[in-house]
Every structure is written in C-alpha cells, then in structure tokens.
Design a protein around this ligand. Structure first.
Ligand code: MN3
Length: 233
C-alpha cells in the first residue's frame, strides 16, 4: 500500500469514527459503563500498588466494558437482563457470542465485586457473625486463609479464588478459571481474590503467594458481612 492510499484510508476511518460517536451520543447511552473505583488508586498501598490499581481498573476492567457494549450491539438482550441472570444462564446466550459474553460479562461482574470488597475504611476483622460462618466452613480464619492460598496457587494460569455460598447452603472455597463466576454454578460469592497476573505482577512478579498474603490487608470485612447476609437471605 502506498502512502497516498494509506492517508486516504486514515481519513475515511477518522470520519467514520466521528460519525459513529455522534450517533451514539445523540441516540443512546452505552449499555454498560465502567463503575468508578470509589477510592483513590493509591488507597491500598503498600499491599497493592497505585500503578497496578490504575491499569487494572482503567485498562483491564474498561476493556471488558467496551467489549460488552459491542456485544450488546449484536445481541440487545445482553443489556436488557440483569447481569447475574445472564451469568447464571450462559446456555441462553447465542452460541456464537457465548464465549465472549462469558469472558467479558464475567470480567465486568467479577471486577465490580472485587473493587467494592477492598473499599478502604471498613472493619479490619470479621464480625462475630462472619467469624462464626468461617469457623463452620473452614475451622477458622487461619484455615480459611490457607485454603484460599492453596486454591490460588493451584489455579493454573488466570482465574479467581472465591468463598461462596453453594446451592447446598454451605460455604466453600474454590477457584474458577479466566473470568468464570460462581453464579454460573448457582453459588453466591462472599469474597473473591483476582489471581490473574495483571492483579499483582508489577509489584510481586511471580510471587503470587506474597500477593495473596498481602491482599488480606485490603479486605473490607463490612463488605464480607453484607455479602454473607445477602447470600443467606
Ligand atoms: Mn483482574
């Protein structure tokens, strides 16, 4: 391709881009929006560093949201149902979009849940209600942390570790791959830790265990208590 041809192509792309944005603003808001982090990027220092938080929220989470808006253009029902309902019924998603919806809607839901879990200012230790639930599920907090760490280190590649209330009414620790959610198996999440490398690599490099240990310092136990009450209701 010669230079003149390239410039013509760029000009055409620019015009199409501007027209596209104009139409989107005039006729409708995006179906999905990136929720604000709700606190400063440096609020979880030194456990989670500022740059990681900025890239994780503004780039990684934002990319899932951008992809969802494209998917909603192809399948409007995506924007019309509650997110949880779609994630609990992935078989109801058109087959050709199912993997993309699973990854991007899962990524959007998981991260939205994760940011709130780390909101600074809440309880630094479990309430008696939460502690009792943890004793019943794992034996105690020390044992819960050990189970979460084992699941996190055992997750090959990217994924999440969850404490979730299962269909059987019992709390369990397990990992999911990629952006898969407990909702897909009918479980209700209580807490979650993102063990994708993008969540820790800038500060911890390959030391996933050190990241998991430090992550507990960021946990807002008031959010855990609220999630437990909601799941048990
Ligand atoms: Mn992530």
């Amino acid at each position: 391709m010669n230079r003149r041809h390239t410039l013509k192509l760029l000009a055409a792309t620019a015009v199409a881009g501007i027209a596209g944005r104009g139409i989107a603003h005039a006729e409708d808001e995006p179906a999905f929006t990136l929720p604000p982090l709700g606190y400063a990027y440096d609020a979880l220092e030194p456990s989670i560093d500022t740059t990681t938080m900025r890239i994780h929220h503004d780039n990684h989470h934002a990319a899932y949201v951008a992809n969802l808006n494209k998917l909603a253009g192809r399948w409007p029902r995506l924007a019309q149902r509650p997110i949880e309902a779609t994630l609990a019924d992935l078989d109801g998603v058109p087959a050709e979009l199912r993997t993309a919806v699973r990854n991007n809607l899962g990524g959007h839901w998981n991260h939205s849940f994760f940011w709130e879990l780390m909101t600074p200012g809440g309880a630094r230790t479990p309430s008696e209600e939460v502690a009792a639930a943890i004793r019943g599920a794992a034996g105690g907090l020390v044992e819960l942390k050990a189970a979460v760490k084992a699941a996190g280190l055992g997750q090959f590649g990217s994924g999440w570790v969850w404490l979730a209330l299962g269909r059987d009414g019992k709390l369990a620790v397990f990992a999911t791959a990629n952006q898969d959610t407990p909702l897909a198996r009918g479980a209700k999440p209580i807490l979650a830790i993102d063990v994708w490398e993008h969540a820790y690599y800038l500060k911890y490099q390959s030391r996933r265990a050190d990241y998991i240990d430090a992550w507990w310092n960021t946990l807002n136990w008031d959010k855990v208590a609220a999630n437990l009450r909601k799941a048990s209701a």
